[in-house]
Design a protein around this ligand. Structure first.
Ligand SMILES: Cc1ncc(COP(=O)(O)O)c(C=O)c1O
Length: 393
């Protein structure tokens, strides 16, 4: 590698990043982001494993630690995915990508060119950071929230400010702007992971109206379908604001392993996120995943039934924990935060694991608070039984 040349990045990308103030070391790190898949393939392990993320925990009976859905894709999605396998010899037998975008248009009321599908939402989330942050334009995020944006920014050498949530656990948008009035990206996760709480649209609109020029507000709505009357920000994308609205099929749609997600944003914002690979990651997606997502997105009654099932299991669990005197933070979706008060969350996680129940992690800001995913009624009965056993010991 000589001076600023890294053969893993195109000439345009290098020029662009050099102009934006990246050092040679930082360029090499960015190049590694886009070649990690190739590195992983060469050693026969998944990309996330090669990137330093530990292999998943051993399979346990009750898995309520990773905010997955307790069951597989909605039935219309499963049928569509199975049916298209026979046409898998073609890249695009009948414009399945276009059909998916049309389903998003119908549900979200956004123009065709404002939608980009992805294999999940982790890629566009990290990519938004790479595209809009730099050593001089940092990231502002919340604390606690989903950490991926913060990790990507730290890795790239962009400054990160993590602003505590308000007393009602919504994002403190005024404090977020004050924390860095010249950031490149403001990350709002609503409903928020791990608290399950929502930030009012009026607050997000305020941030969009008052943020610096060229900055982007990234609105992560991964859990939106689990909430009754969730605020949905797609109208801001349709109106051409400086926003990226992000969705995933890994949650209520039960497709975490099938990898589907999408963003809604102005075409020029989407184009900036494609600078590095010409859009391949969004342009060519596995057909069964595309077909499954298209058929699932419009299955309003299936989505509603799943939400009701989750609410019932959550209601039973929260009532049990409250009866035992535990403090549970308010939540609108399929996860909740329980405060063990005198016991470190890490010890409780280990104790539950011994009972064959994998609960979620804790966030450093709250060392005695664990995140629990709401699974099926049976999962949650296993959880409350394990809790009773652990607390009686
Ligand atoms: C808030 C949030 N955003 C994004 C993701 C990424 O999920 P995926 O890449 O499966 O779409 C997750 C996963 O847990 C999440 O909780």
């Amino acid at each position: 590698m000589d001076d600023l040349t890294d053969t893993r990045l195109s000439g345009n990308a290098q020029e662009d990043l050099t102009e934006r103030g990246y050092s040679r070391r930082q360029l090499a790190r960015i190049a590694a982001v886009f070649s990690v898949g190739a590195v992983a393939a060469s050693v026969g392990r998944p990309a996330w494993a090669a990137a330093g993320v530990p292999d998943p925990a051993p399979v346990v009976k009750t898995r309520i630690g990773a905010n997955e859905c307790w069951t597989g894709p909605l039935m219309p999605g499963q049928k569509a995915a199975a049916a298209i396998i026979a046409d898998g010899n073609r890249y695009a037998p009948k414009d399945e990508r276009g059909d998916f975008i049309k389903a998003v248009m119908a549900v979200e009321n956004v123009p065709y060119d404002h939608v980009a599908p992805w294999p999940g939402s982790s890629d566009p989330l990290s990519r938004a950071v790479v595209s809009f942050c730099s050593p001089t334009r940092g990231l502002v995020t919340a604390d606690p929230t989903f950490e991926l944006a913060g990790r990507t920014a730290t890795w790239l050498g962009a400054p990160v400010k993590a602003v505590p949530l308000k007393a009602d656990y919504s994002h403190d948008v005024k404090a977020m702007l004050a924390a860095n009035p010249n950031a490149g990206l403001y990350y709002i996760c609503t409903p928020n992971n791990p608290t399950g709480t929502m930030t009012p649209l009026a607050d997000i609109e305020w941030l969009v109206a008052n943020k610096p020029k060229d900055a982007i507000v990234l609105i992560d709505e991964a859990y939106t379908h689990f909430a009754d009357k969730a605020p949905v920000a797609s109208y801001m994308a349709a109106a051409g604001k400086d926003v990226i609205v992000m969705r995933t099929f890994s949650k209520i749609f039960g497709m975490a392993g099938m990898r589907m997600g999408f963003i809604m944003a102005r075409p020029d914002i989407i184009a900036k996120m494609m600078r590095y690979d010409g859009g391949m990651q969004s342009g060519a997606l596995p057909l069964p995943s595309l077909a499954c997502a298209t058929a699932s997105l419009t299955d309003a009654s299936g989505i509603m039934a799943r939400r009701k099932e989750m609410e019932e299991a959550r209601g039973m669990t929260l009532a049990h924990l409250k009866k035992k005197g535990l403090t549970v933070l308010p939540t609108a979706v399929n996860m909740f935060m329980v405060d063990w008060k005198t016991k470190p969350a890490k010890d409780m996680q280990a104790a539950f694991m011994k009972e064959d129940v994998a609960i979620g992690r804790n966030w450093p800001i709250w060392p005695t608070v664990s995140r629990i995913t709401v699974g099926s009624m049976e999962d949650m009965k296993n959880f409350t039984r394990a809790f009773d056993k652990i607390s009686a010991a």
